[in-house]
Design a protein around this ligand. Structure first.
Ligand code: BT5
Length: 259
């Protein structure tokens, strides 16, 4: 039996960012499988310099260090497996189905955001290395917001929590255990082509973006279309006026509902 991966779990009362911490650990040579969990982050980060909000002691804020043997074009699957493990953990512990809004949000059935995933790779010095480190962080709104009144105005109607959705406080540590248990076989699956195909298929089946009109905002402009599929690499295909455009997670600034 291979050893379970996620046994080195480092808890912090407060830290700037669990992603920052594990990126530094990765640079210092830490092995894949290290987990960082924080009660509070003073500089929790989202994609592209955005902030991740969570008051102390209320939500699940965690990162995992992975050294997946992944072809570069399939790297998005490393963050996808964390999003998939989180939806699985929410289903097993709360009986609640969440969707994945491509590329990295977990959302309730009304579209409000419950969790966000941030994957960061440190490619400096990784040249020639077969296993460049990837740190995948996830912030899950577990007990905050308890009501919409807790939210800053810009997140009202945008964010919700497991507590709001299930109507009672939710145990963060049971959710963490379930997430890591679900993640272990999924990370293992990244090692083979068949396993990666399975993870991509799971992502496609959970992805609530497919079939909807989207406005894709990239650094060099935007376009609108209908999302038609998630590819085996985890990319999103958008039909823009009869032209199929493949969108890569790392290139996207925002995916918004299209008109
Ligand atoms: C994300 O970014 O959704 C990725 C969030 C990853 C956070 C985790 S926590 C543990 C680990 N350590 C870190 O430092 N980060 C990771 P993005 O798609 O850019 O979404 C950020 C945007 O979501 C913000 O600009 C807000 O509009 C909104 N937002 C901020 N906090 C939120 C919350 N708690 N719930 C829902 N939306 C939020």
């Amino acid at each position: 039996m291979p050893e379970p991966r996620f046994t080195d779990i480092r808890h912090f009362d407060s830290i700037d960012s669990t992603n920052r911490y594990l990126l530094d650990e990765a640079r210092a040579g830490a092995p894949g499988g290290v987990v960082a969990v924080a009660d509070h982050q003073s500089a929790g980060r989202g994609r592209l310099g955005r902030r991740w909000e969570a008051p102390p002691g209320s939500n699940l804020l965690m990162s995992v260090l992975l050294r997946p043997d992944l072809p570069a074009e399939q790297r998005h699957l490393a963050s996808a497996v964390v999003a998939l493990a989180a939806t699985e953990a929410v289903l097993t512990t709360q009986g609640l189905e969440l969707g994945i809004k491509w590329p990295n949000d977990l959302q309730a059935s009304d579209g409000r955001k419950v969790a966000g995933v941030l994957a960061e790779a440190d490619l400096t010095g990784a040249e020639g290395s077969e296993l460049p480190p990837v740190v995948v962080g996830i912030g899950i709104n577990v007990n905050w917001p308890a009501t919409d009144q807790d939210l800053p105005p810009e997140l009202v109607g945008v964010a919700t929590s497991l507590r709001q959705l299930v109507g009672r406080p939710v145990d963060r540590s049971a959710l963490l255990d379930a997430l890591l248990a679900a993640l272990d076989p999924r990370v293992e699956a990244l090692e083979s082509a068949a396993g990666r195909a399975c993870q991509a298929a799971d992502l496609a089946s959970r992805c609530t973006t497919v079939g909807t009109r989207v406005r894709v905002e990239l650094s060099e402009g935007w376009f609108e279309g209908t999302a038609t599929q998630v590819t085996a690499e985890g990319h999103l295909v958008v039909d823009a006026g009869g032209v199929a455009r493949t969108v890569v997670a790392g290139d996207v600034i925002h995916i918004r509902p299209g008109s």
